[in-house]
Design a protein around this ligand. Structure first.
Ligand SMILES: Cc1cc2nc3c(=O)[nH]c(=O)nc-3n(C[C@H](O)[C@H](O)[C@H](O)COP(=O)(O)OP(=O)(O)OC[C@H]3O[C@@H](n4cnc5c(N)ncnc54)[C@H](O)[C@@H]3O)c2cc1C
Length: 383
């Protein structure tokens, strides 16, 4: 079997590796060079669904030294002055064995590992840094993994439901004093959620949501002024010392392609969907696309359930829609509920925070849907 993948970001490269390991020939193309693909300055929060995929592709052990685990997730509602904690003991038994609520990984070592592994497969052809040739009749599958603007998706005429947020997001790596390197923070503020994610030692990734114009304004501030503004909003006890990279602001949207499949073509990663970064679902959701496609590919290989190549794209699309819709709606609901000072909503948030704080079953339910995905909820809880 032969696949052509448009886009070698973290979704396209991961999928290329998964297919190569499953015995497929893969052509991976991207207008960026390998160096440019490695270069982005950002860090991703990984959940247990991503950990399982990395393990199944034999990447986990090699990546471990680059992962910063967090053992506690501290949730704070700044407007009502309440906070609560998610701990390892709130995970399912199977997940508890890995001694982390989640992990933070930097883009560079992740892409270095993916590209290095891909290079070891003679069945993988790279078309990086330039024009790719046209898809060939010999390609059994065409995969658009070319990001939110997806030229391939547009060429296939697939429309997208979009809801642009007024909020944008500012990401920056900082050195923080007084911060526990095993605690991740999600702070709900009226202007938008603020996440502080440990990257090892004193280094943290800050994901700061606010009206987009304000993110742009903050990104352009001189370093000292920016650090002062950041110090004013960080959870108490955390002091920013220095910036590790430059703040970058980008707009946010909730989007979902109206179809994930087009003949022998399909959408994987942000070409098919995007959601608000609250809860750190973005890349994990993209990699659950890869896991789902891998499951269908295995069914095809073993000829289980009368799977054929013609049915494969539709079967993949059917498997993915529920997870994508539920995560999109949940992140949207969280943003609407918490990004405001509305008295009625604030009065709803008080009992909700008390419920999370006092009821272990509720904490477990929330954490399981965040880390394993909502569609695996019953499996996770029954463990
Ligand atoms: C500015 C910015 C900062 C971010 N920061 C964070 C962060 O700090 N933490 C976090 O978790 N998430 C962050 N995100 C989101 C995160 O980057 C995405 O979730 C993730 O990159 C999705 O991966 P992907 O492979 O689906 O898409 P992308 O990473 O967008 O990859 C798409 C690839 O397709 C290529 N491409 C484009 N056109 C074509 C074409 N015609 N043919 C072939 N290839 C093509 C592109 O060059 C690119 O390499 C950020 C996003 C942005 C835009």
């Amino acid at each position: 079997m032969q696949a052509k993948i448009f886009g070698a970001g973290p979704s396209g490269s991961m999928l290329a590796l998964a297919l190569a390991q499953a015995g497929w020939g893969v052509t991976l193309c991207d207008p960026l060079t390998a160096d440019q693909l490695r270069e982005r300055s950002r860090a991703y929060a990984l959940t247990h669904s991503s950990r399982r995929l990395l393990q199944s592709l034999d990447l986990w052990t090699s990546l471990l030294s680059h992962l910063a685990p967090f053992k506690t997730l501290r949730l704070e509602d700044h407007e009502i002055n309440r906070h609560t904690w998610f701990e390892i003991s709130d995970l399912s038994i199977a997940n508890q064995a890995h001694q982390a609520v989640g992990w933070i990984v930097d883009h560079r070592p992740l892409m270095e590992l993916l590209l290095e592994r891909l290079e070891s497969f003679p069945s993988v052809i790279f078309q990086l840094g330039g024009e790719s040739d046209q898809p060939h009749q010999s390609h059994d599958l065409l995969i658009a993994s070319d990001g939110p603007g997806s030229p391939t998706r547009n060429e296939w005429g697939i429309k997208v439901w979009k809801h642009p947020y007024r909020q944008g997001c500012l990401t920056v790596k900082v050195l923080l004093r007084g911060a526990d390197p095993f605690v991740a923070h999600e702070l709900f503020r009226a202007e938008g959620p603020l996440a502080v994610l440990p990257m090892g030692g004193e280094q943290f990734q800050v994901v700061w949501s606010a009206p987009f114009w304000r993110c742009q304004e903050r990104a352009a501030l001189p370093t000292a002024t920016f650090l002062d503004r950041l110090a004013a909003v960080l959870p108490s006890g955390l002091e920013p010392d220095a910036l590790v990279d430059s703040p970058a602001a980008f707009p946010l949207e909730l989007s979902l392609a109206q179809r994930l499949q087009h003949g022998r073509g399909l959408l994987v990663g942000e070409s098919g969907h995007r959601c608000h970064p609250v809860g750190g679902q973005g890349l994990n959701l993209c990699w659950r696309d890869v896991s789902a496609l891998l499951t269908v590919v295995e069914r095809l290989k073993e000829r289980r359930g009368r799977m054929t190549l013609e049915k494969l794209p539709r079967c993949y699309a059917r498997q993915r829609w529920l997870d994508l819709v539920l995560v999109g709606l949940a992140t949207d609901l969280i943003v609407r509920l918490y990004s405001n000072r509305n008295l009625l909503l604030k009065s709803l948030r008080l009992p909700l925070m008390a419920l999370i704080d006092n009821q272990r079953w509720f904490r477990r339910l929330l954490l399981a849907s965040m880390t394993d995905g909502p569609t695996r909820l019953f499996g996770s809880l029954s463990e």
